[in-house]
Design a protein around this ligand. Structure first.
Ligand SMILES: C[S@@+](CC[C@H](N)C(=O)[O-])C[C@H]1O[C@@H](n2cnc3c(N)ncnc32)[C@H](O)[C@@H]1O
Length: 229
């Protein structure tokens, strides 16, 4: 999981625009963002099943899972930027480089790259072109507060996620701020609309999710939201 750590640290150091994760520092990892006690418990959760990573960026989560011999999870990375051929090419080249660095033999590389590429989808979270109940687990890390700026959009996106999640499935969105609006936080967008965590969880409950939150370790103000169906 080395790549996830360095990637998230890079991300946190170079982005921000008000997202509090910037301050978390170089010990940050996906397991912590997603409310697990340890990497081991996160990997146990990801040991199997059909998983979607929504707002996947450069799709590092897919690479990590595909490199983990303990996991048979089948992972799909949903990232609208994949529509851009240059971005897609960059993601594929990076994956190939990491697979080779991590000791994947050239004889296995074609198959590995094919599986990786098959899992790349350029959809937006509010129009997920998957069958109903296609996924056991959905994750979205350091993503959601960047891209949603209206309550209506949140409701539409959550409906889509609910539709594609299996009964008994679990979705984890993180990090969401406990006191700031979880939308309209991009200073460049000057939207008048705000949505606080309580209202976000009410929308999710109305849609049908069971909702709980886990405080991020060492963080006073941010939570991972766990939504089950
Ligand atoms: C801050 S990045 C996080 C990337 C990744 N989860 C990670 O941990 O490195 C947020 C991503 O959300 C994507 N995004 C933007 N609008 C989106 C939408 N409508 N649906 C899904 N993803 C979106 C962006 O393109 C961007 O790659």
């Amino acid at each position: 999981m080395e790549h996830a750590r360095s990637h998230l640290f890079d991300h946190a150091a170079t982005t921000g625009r008000g997202l509090e994760t910037r301050d978390i520092g170089d010990t940050e990892t996906y397991d912590r963002y997603l409310g697990f006690d340890s990497k081991e418990s996160f990997m146990e959760w990801l040991k199997e099943g059909v998983v979607a990573d929504i707002g996947a960026g450069e799709c590092m989560m897919s690479i990590d899972i595909m490199l983990n011999n303990q996991s048979t999870a089948e992972i799909t990375s949903v990232e609208p930027k994949l529509k851009n051929p240059e971005f897609r090419k960059k993601v594929l080249e990076r994956a190939r480089k990491i697979f080779l660095e991590q000791g994947i033999k050239s004889s296995e590389l074609v198959e590995k790259m094919q599986a990786f590429e098959n899992g790349l989808k350029d959809f937006s979270w509010d129009n997920l072109e998957f069958e109903d109940e296609a996924f056991d687990k959905i994750i979205s890390v350091v993503s959601f507060p960047y891209w949603e700026f209206s309550k209506e959009g949140v409701s539409k996106g959550l409906h889509e996620m609910y539709r594609i999640l299996k009964k008994g499935g679990e979705m984890r969105l993180s990090p969401l701020h406990k006191t700031f609006s979880v939308i309209s936080r991009n200073e460049e967008i000057h939207s008048e609309e705000h949505l606080y965590l309580d209202e976000f969880t009410s929308i999710a409950k109305r849609i049908g999710f069971n909702v709980s939150t886990v405080d991020l370790k060492g963080e006073k103000y941010t939570s991972c939201v766990i939504l089950t169906k």
